[in-house]
Design a protein around this ligand. Structure first.
Ligand code: TMP
Length: 235
């Protein structure tokens, strides 16, 4: 039996615990919802449970397609057992449809389908508010070795193709999402963190209804109702 030990780290949406196995961690999903780098912050009772369930399901799907992630198994409503990895301070975003920061930054209209999926890198830095960076920045700042950058980009595109297809069958449109990666002691690079409606944009394919954290960011309706709709359709 694995035992939960001391808290290792507490983030905005999750708490990370050490365990009796030094190679494994426990992720605890909290009910806190934040947006705009923590400027907007609220509790939504039950959000942590939904994100744990959705993330677990999506990690299981990725693993079944041969994509390596930190996911081992779901332990309870709010907790997930994962492999301990050394995280890269890079967020990898994949976009299929223009939305969010892309439409603010460049001449794309919200809802416009991109000709090919777009991969972007962001520097994971609260102080700098996660700025957009390119491969040269990643190399110069030593955020990840060259091979890892290529691997993250290829893997992110694979994840996109798997998730896009699965969601499409359920009448859901995968607009964009963010992944994080880490390195295991054996040097393999794996997907870490969470894959939940906190870190993705998902729209209803027919009605265009936004079902993800944009509901909270822009007051578009009950947040958890959107998350529940996603969970129901992927279960
Ligand atoms: P963006 O349009 O704000 O750049 O976000 C792109 C996607 O990445 C969107 O699905 C939300 C997700 N994301 C995070 O999960 N964390 C972040 O800090 C940011 C900026 C975006």
């Amino acid at each position: 039996m694995i035992r939960k030990l001391d808290k290792l780290y507490e983030g905005k949406a999750k708490v990370v615990y050490k365990t009796s196995d030094p190679d494994k961690l426990i992720l605890h999903f909290k009910d806190k919802v934040t947006a705009f780098d923590g400027l907007k912050e609220e509790e939504r009772k039950g959000k942590g449970i939904l994100n744990n369930l959705i993330s677990s399901l999506l990690f299981e799907i990725l693993e079944s397609k041969g994509i390596k992630t930190h996911y081992i198994r779901r332990l309870s409503d709010r907790e997930m057992l994962v492999w301990k990895a050394e995280r890269f301070l890079v967020e990898v975003v994949v976009r299929n449809v223009a939305a969010g920061s892309l439409v603010k930054r460049l001449d794309f209209k919200e809802g416009e389908f991109l000709k090919t999926p777009l991969v972007e890198f962001f520097y994971k830095s609260d102080k700098l508010k996660d700025p957009l960076i390119c491969r040269s920045h990643i190399k110069l700042m030593n955020l990840a070795p060259e091979e890892a950058i290529s691997f993250m980009e290829e893997t992110a595109l694979k994840v996109n193709s798997v998730l896009k297809d699965i969601l499409k069958e359920r009448n859901l449109l995968l607009v964009d999402f963010k992944l994080e990666f880490g390195k295991l002691p054996n040097n393999s690079v794996i997907v870490i963190d969470e894959i939940s409606p906190d870190s993705m944009r998902i729209w209803d394919k027919k009605t265009g209804e936004k079902l993800d954290k944009d509901r909270f960011r822009y007051n578009l309706g009950d947040l958890l109702e959107g998350y529940r709709k996603i969970l129901e359709r992927i279960s």
